[in-house]
Design a protein around this ligand. Structure first.
Ligand code: ADP
Ligand code: MG
Length: 256
């Protein structure tokens, strides 16, 4: 995976300044949470990183490469949203393979005639099957590959969505409040699964949440955001013990 750098990001919607000079570095393999109230600019920052939204100012880097001008697909970041849209009529295996099949099909479209004649198709199919198996294994989905989404629990469905993101070997995972639609029990389960994913893959993760308990329990470091600014960026314990301001203290629940 790769490190992620956001440098001096600024963004307005009309006359509203949504991001004001935001700079963050997420190290390769780090789990960084962005914690802040609704409307503070968290999702906009994630969308700028993913290339779904343009910044007015600043730079975005993945590893050593500047990616501001690249379209979302070329950035190869895995976005995990609240609603992990799985295709209900496809099996788990087919859902996980989908990004690879799409890639295979678009490659074939570029070579309409040769693509059909080349003997690579069967090999490619086997490679896809191996990639699916490799993504399913660490997420404990191997025994569920022939099921359909309706036959899975909420936590299992979320694991399928993570596996589908993983088959593309993303540079980093971007998660925007991925647990907010789950009930308490499933949330605990899904939280443990994201932590396991992280442990097994050493994944670089940028995790957006308004839930301070989630951020403090899961992340290596937490960036506290408010009004389009990063107020403080530190490991959970340091934020709690040495909040830089009253706002931060209130947000992370430090004693007065
Ligand atoms: P958060 O994810 O922290 O809740 P957002 O990044 O979604 O915050 O939104 C930050 C601010 O930008 C909000 O005031 C929101 O209304 C505004 N905003 C977000 N997207 C747009 C848009 N496409 N057009 C206009 N305003 C937007
Ligand atoms: Mg949001």
């Amino acid at each position: 995976m790769a490190s992620v750098d956001l440098i001096g990001i600024g963004k307005r919607f009309g006359t509203t300044e949504v991001l004001r000079d935001v700079s963050l570095r997420i190290a390769d393999g780090e789990f960084l949470a962005i914690l802040g109230p609704s409307g503070c600019g968290k999702s906009t920052l994630l969308r700028i990183l993913a290339g779904l939204e343009g910044a007015d100012r600043g730079e975005v880097r993945l590893g050593d490469a500047r990616v501001d001008q690249l379209p979302p697909k070329a950035r190869n970041l895995a976005m995990v949203f609240q609603s992990y849209a799985l295709y209900p009529y496809m099996t788990v295996r087919q859902n996980i393979a989908l990004p690879l099949e799409m890639r295979r099909l678009s490659a074939l479209q570029r070579l309409p005639l040769l693509g059909r004649l080349l003997p690579g198709t069967a090999l490619r199919r086997r490679a896809i099957a191996e990639d699916v198996a490799a993504a399913a294994e660490p997420l404990q989905l191997t025994h569920l590959l022939e099921r359909r989404p309706a036959q899975l629990s909420g936590g299992q469905r979320q694991r399928v969505a993570l596996a589908r993101a993983m088959v593309r070997h993303p540079a980093a995972f971007l998660m925007d409040e991925p647990l907010s639609n789950l009930d308490t029990r499933l949330r605990t389960e899904a939280r443990a699964e994201i932590m396991a994913l992280r442990q097994r893959l050493g994944a670089t993760i940028l995790y957006v949440t308004h839930d301070q308990a989630e951020a403090m329990a899961m992340a290596d470091r937490v960036a506290v955001m408010q009004g389009g600014r990063v107020l403080q960026l530190a490991p959970p314990q340091e934020l709690y013990d040495e909040p830089a301001s009253l706002e931060v203290a209130r947000f992370v629940g430090s004693p007065p």
